[in-house]
Design a protein around this ligand. Sequence first.
Ligand code: ZN
Length: 456
Amino acid sequence: MHRILKWQTPCLLAAAGILSAVVLVGAAEAPQEQDLAETASQFSVRTAADLINYGADLDTAVEIAPNVYQARGTGNTQMVTTPEGNVIIDTGTSRHSERHRELLSAVSDGPIRYVVVTHAHNDHAGGVPTWTDAGTQVVAHARYPEAQRYLNELMPYQTNRNLILFFGQRPAPQGNVAERAAQAQTRVEPDILVNDLFEFELGGTRFEVIATPGAEGDDAVSVWLPDTRILFVGDTLGPIFPMWPNLYTLRGEKMRFAAEYIETLDRIIALEPEILVPSHFEPIEGAAEVRAGLQRIRDAVAYVHDAVVDGMNAGRNVHELMRDIQLPAHLELTEAHGKVSWVVRSIWEGYAGWFYLASTTELYPVPVSDMYSELAELSGGPDVLARRAAEHVRAGRPVEALHLVEVALAADADHRAALEARLGALEQLLERAAGVNFYEVRWLTHRIALTRQQLE
Ligand SMILES: [Zn+2]
């Protein structure tokens, strides 16, 4: 399929696309090692508006270390200055990039020799055109063009999911979404593609662009300054440090592989960084804290990965593993962004695909939901099902209740008692979610709002 790609233009829907790449739940400060168990309670849910305006109150770039500066926004822009010119690492969104260039140019207006884009999400790549002058070289992972292609081609699909998960809005009509998504498409053409490692020296500073795939996509790179032990990680560690990684996105991006991420973490740990600079929120300083956090993430992902593989080989099913595999206390991490049980399923499907051998029907395009109205009739109708669903809610079994509600609503989409049972079940799930996982909370909140509307 031929598709003409356009530069990203700012609009609300572009913001939805931009937000697909970022997290709206953030820590005000990086937790200390001993505080990790309490980490979840330190996070506050930020609205989309909070995120878009992040850093807007700052009139200057922030100095992170000598010759290293950061302009803050929805995505941050980093600049390393040298006597022979400057290097930019990530560029934030197109919406903030002019401002970022203004703030960083006030520090140094030397020529921009390199722009390193850590991955193909709009909140990192959106500002690239603002920074590319004659002679600027854009550096990205060798998989970047492919990541950009698939993200752009599937943008209408993802835009609707983002409307729900970031803004709590109902999906828009598909034609409308496609048109608006087309305006939000980004195109970056890297000059230098990095398979594994790209080293260069500029004005006496050594730079290493290192492939670090596995977390926020398989096209991720980080930038290492070996002389000052600063590592620019993009989204490789997410916006909260340390956190359980978002290896499965509800917004519907392609698989992210745990084994690849473990290799990336081993590589980062071996560097022994003293400062981590993510492209969202604040840097993390201190070799001991950095090391402890990295090791914990690495060991937690390896623990879950190995437990899934063992479970698959032992003949256990995916739902048992989703239920049973939990992080041991010494590896606990906040699940504000990713969720362990979803990653369990994702590891399984990443290795084995979707055929679970649980039913022959998996092989054919007739899902069980096609039989719901017949099942409703055979079971005595939606009244009976709704009554039983309400009993499940009262007994604290909200998911069981939702299964029955779906059968009942297949027979009568406006069935009041079934909708009331659905509302009760969703509210119970929301309470259990305890405000921890942003996407789970947004999804449940969205479904609750829809159910209330239907009941009115
Ligand atoms: Zn991001």
